[in-house]
Design a protein around this ligand. Structure first.
Ligand code: GLN
Length: 460
């Protein structure tokens, strides 16, 4: 993490986050410290403005202590694709398998630096981004709490775009209350963000969520009346055996506290991963087009004799050197998916799957989707939240044999909520084993962020 010099200036009135240290992912603009997005392309980039989220944090008294490493432009699941190097998971298990104690493990990606900074106790909270799981996955691997809010609830103004229809600012904290505090400060309408959810949808969703919560949350810790859905598709064959037991025990704990556990099915989720990679890459290919070596960012000084009147020479050379392999892969895949030949078979199909995934969620929840105004189908029969493992395994080792597909499969449990724009929080499983941490995710209807955090409080 790059650290800012302390200036020691304090105001006399106490503010909500007075003096609390917060780290910011390197793809969120800050006037102090470069905003590199972990890319050679933006290595020297210093933003002339603070992102709205940074401004809100500063206004609340937060001390922005550093910029955190991440996968280049947010593309990755293990924080391996970065000009700053890989992030090592700082978690220290009480008991590790013999011989594996000193194996360096991934902090997860893409917001690995933010998660590691919180897990190592370097800050009170950290901001990440979450396009398809980049906050929940690192939170699960590092044993901390990570929230992907409802799409459009927190401003993206000043956040470097990866895939605009999916990008969210994520929040990491050592516990749920830290995440709640930061969420309360950041979840305001920002007219500068064209994808910001309108005030009316926010208020309607928040009222509906509040009414529902009043039926089950009380001060005595009873969860009587809370309906939790367990989606069967979220326990795939790839799930590591060490994940199952802590998740089972968490479910058992919630049931003992009075919650009703209901098996549900979200059949389209099985197609979500493929749809996500088509949509995210297509949007990324379009977003990455701005890094052409002309307007801003890195550009290659073309060798003597090159015809620089041909813009394509500057573009091609700049982009070949400036982007890492993973980003290039996404640009190629995304550009292909958007070509006339492939559009119907890839991009359009992926959008159809996205709608099916959304429909599945809407059928499962008791509350309607107040953003798109889709009617509740089951009302009382529906569930308040869904619960599933956050990841298919514990933090993977940084070194050693790795199949190319492994990194993509990590996202299989997180991408459905991203496609549907839903709030999802990863919290360490209720009964921790003494080994590497396991996260469980609580997913709610759009705008029910306070509800998912409330349920997470019972788990931690
Ligand atoms: N791992 C996913 C990807 O590489 C998600 C990344 C993210 O949420 N920023 O696309």
């Amino acid at each position: 993490m790059q650290h800012r010099r302390q200036n020691g200036v304090k105001t006399s009135r106490r503010k909500m986050l007075d003096g609390l240290a917060v780290a910011i992912k390197n793809n969120i603009s800050t006037t102090e410290l470069p905003t590199t997005s972990s890319s050679h392309m933006l290595k020297e980039y210093n933003s002339p403005f603070d992102a709205t989220v940074v401004k809100l944090l500063r206004n609340s008294g937060a001390d922005i202590v550093g910029k955190a490493n991440c996968d280049e432009f947010g593309m990755g699941s293990m924080n391996l694709h970065s000009i700053h190097g890989a992030v090592v998971n700082p978690f220290v298990p009480k008991v590790a398998n013999p011989g594996s104690r000193h194996v360096k493990r991934s902090a997860g990606g893409s917001s690995g630096g933010s998660a590691a900074a919180v897990a190592a106790g370097m800050c009170y909270a950290a901001l990440g981004t979450d396009t398809g799981g980049s906050t929940r996955l690192p939170a699960s691997y590092c044993g901390i709490v990570g929230l992907k809010p409802s799409y459009g609830i927190i401003s993206r103004w000043g956040v470097v775009s990866f895939a605009d229809s999916l990008d969210c600012v994520g929040i990491f904290g050592g516990d749920v209350s830290a995440v709640q505090n930061i969420f309360n400060i950041l979840s305001v309408y920002d007219e500068r963000d064209p994808t910001a959810a309108d005030v009316e949808s926010r208020m309607t969703a928040s009222r509906a969520s509040q009414e529902r919560m009043e039926q089950w949350s009380d001060d005595k810790g009873s969860l009587e009346g809370l309906r939790i859905g367990i989606p069967q598709e979220y326990f795939p064959a790839e799930l590591a055996p060490e994940i199952l037991e802590p998740v089972r025990r968490t479910i058992h704990g919630l049931r003992s506290a009075g919650a009703t556990i209901i098996p549900v099915s979200l059949p389209s989720s099985s197609y979500a991963l493929s749809a996500y990679y088509v949509i995210a890459s297509a949007e990324a290919s379009s977003n990455m087009a701005r890094y052409d070596g002309v307007e801003y960012g890195f550009h290659v000084i073309t060798p003597y004799g090159t015809d620089i009147t041909k813009a394509s020479n500057v573009y091609a050379q700049t982009r070949s050197v400036g982007f890492g392999e993973e980003v290039k892969k996404r640009i190629l895949l995304g550009t292909y998916a958007l070509t006339a030949d492939a559009f119907d078979n890839y991009f359009l199909q992926a959008q159809r799957v996205r709608q099916l995934v959304k429909n599945d969620f809407n059928k499962a929840f008791a509350i309607s989707d107040y953003l798109t105004n889709q009617a509740p189908s089951h009302s009382k029969m529906g569930v308040d939240v869904l619960l599933h493992p956050s990841a298919i395994g514990i933090a993977p080792p940084l070194e050693g044999e790795r199949n190319d597909l492994d990194a993509y499969v990590q996202d299989v449990l997180t991408v459905p909520a991203s496609l549907a724009g839903l709030p999802a929080i990863s919290v360490p499983a209720l009964v921790r084993n003494d080994g590497w941490p396991v996260g469980v995710s609580i997913v709610g209807q759009w705008g029910c962020d306070p509800m998912v955090m409330k349920v997470a409080e019972y788990i931690e």
